[in-house]
Design a binder for this molecule. Structure first.
Ligand code: EPZ
Length: 419
């Protein structure tokens, strides 16, 4: 196992953002909807992509990945079983369910179970697919489904915490091959869902309104192979914005879609940054003094839950009191205790975290608990006195492409060592 050793750093220069993990994963699942070859470019070379490749291989695809481009081809040996040993390591694999039901008429996909960021139910996925006509039972931890034919339906997909990204993806994919028209009301509007809609359209699906809360899908009989370029990772970009803020260092973050980061840019300006946007670049220049802010995580276009931990690290060094309200995953606060071990003053109460800014953070040995919490600890380490060691960095390897190399290129003192 690896760890990161990090020292206080000043950054400057340009960071190039990779393709989006959360866009690539459902798009990989969508290739199950066709018997033809798909070519997907600008794919990040991270662990979660490698896991999804294994799942597609188990399901009978041949996958070629050169670290940038995926070529996904059909084979003769098809399976409909996505086993627990793979699904439990990555929840996104649950979005194979919709495509398997629609294309292969049956599926046996392990239920993913809870994870450190919360309970994470899949009731909305199951509700949506049942409404399209799939018969689904839960047996021995598996979701077992069959469907002779799927039929379009008007489906309301809102849940207790609002819309669901991957439930929208699952239903949208299945509805693409259903008979008649499906309307998804309260669909997730995240750029990743919009990109999936565009991918499906390239395959020949008839979809309207992707990226809005109301998506219409006219089912077609067959979907074709296609080529697709993955959009930039807005969460990776936001993480580097947080790194710039916490180290009080200017950065250019290039090859991003700034429109996907409006809420994050607004919050960064409120905290105290001058931000200039030019085409696909964000130039961020922290001011000499920062102000505390209140952040509420919400579905897109609200502030993303996937950047809550990183911005908590930033606010831990901002004089005054900031309030963070987590509305998507009320238990996503594993990083609080670790940041406090570095000298932060954060109190959690239910879905709230009260962050009282301190003058300094101090390096410590800290434990990464999930992908974004690890990113928060890494950037906290860049601003902390002395040496910080972040253990269990496999969490960060799941979702960030070469994070330490990208940080080192802009001057960070971060080194990967054996634990
Ligand atoms: C996606 O997860 C992302 N994962 C997550 O990224 C991200 O945190 C999340 O969306 C929210 O933006 C991928 O895209 C692979 P949801 P997803 O269904 O789709 C509740 C990261 O760090 N809900 O939109 O699984 C749920 O509990 C991660 O990259 C139900 O109640 O999230 C949550 O409160 C982790 N029933 C809310 O909806 C359901 O059936 C939104 O979750 C499904 C979800």
């Amino acid at each position: 196992m690896d760890k990161f050793v990090i020292y206080k750093s000043t950054l400057s220069g340009v960071v190039k953002i990779s393709g989006s993990k959360n866009t690539t994963l459902p798009i990989m699942a969508a290739t199950l909807l066709t018997d033809q070859e798909c070519k997907i470019s600008n794919v990040p070379d991270i662990m979660d992509i490698r896991t999804m490749i294994k799942i597609l291989e188990v399901l009978g695809k041949q996958v070629i990945f050169d670290g940038k481009t995926l070529i996904i081809k059909p084979t003769k040996r098809e399976s409909v079983v996505a086993p627990y040993r793979l699904v439990r390591t990555m929840r996104a694999s649950f979005c194979c369910l919709g495509p398997l039901i629609a294309k292969r008429k049956k599926a046996k996909v392990s239920l993913p179970g809870g994870c450190v960021i919360g309970v994470r139910p899949v009731d909305l996925h199951i509700k949506g697919l049942r409404e399209l006509g799939a018969e689904i039972i839960i047996e021995k931890g598996y979701c077992i489904a069959k469907a002779k034919n799927l039929h379009g339906k008007h489906i309301y997909l809102g849940g207790a915490f609002g819309s669901s990204v991957l439930a929208t993806a699952n239903v949208m994919m299945a509805a693409s091959l259903a008979q008649g028209q499906t309307i998804i009301e309260y669909a997730a509007c995240e750029p990743e869902v919009e990109a999936l809609g565009k991918f499906l359209k390239k395959m020949g699906a008839q979809i309207y309104g992707e990226g809005t809360p109301l998506i219409k899908i006219d089912g077609v009989k067959k979907l074709e192979g296609c080529e697709f370029d993955i959009i930039p990772d807005r969460i990776e970009a936001g993480t580097f914005i947080a790194a710039s803020l916490i180290t009080r260092s200017p950065l250019e973050i290039k090859e991003v879609q700034p429109l996907h980061l409006t809420s994050v840019i607004e919050i960064s300006k409120k905290i105290g940054a001058d931000i200039v946007i030019k085409d696909k670049s964000i130039f961020i220049k922290p001011k000499s003094s920062f102000k505390p802010v209140n952040i509420v995580t919400l579905p897109y276009p609200g502030f993303p839950t996937d950047l809550q931990a990183q911005f908590m690290a930033v606010l831990s060094l901002v004089k005054g009191v900031s309030l963070i309200t987590e509305k998507i995953y009320p238990d996503r606060f594993m990083h609080v205790a670790e940041l406090n071990r570095m000298g932060a003053n954060i109190q959690r109460s239910g879905p709230y975290a009260i962050v009282e800014g301190v003058d300094k953070l101090y390096g410590a040995e800290v434990m990464a608990s999930d992908l974004r919490a690890s990113a928060a600890l890494v950037i906290a380490g860049l601003a902390a006195e002395n040496k910080t060691e972040v253990f269990r960095v496999y969490h960060i390897d799941r979702g960030y492409e070469c994070i330490e190399e990208k940080l080192r290129q802009v001057g960070a003192k971060i080194y990967r060592e054996k634990q």
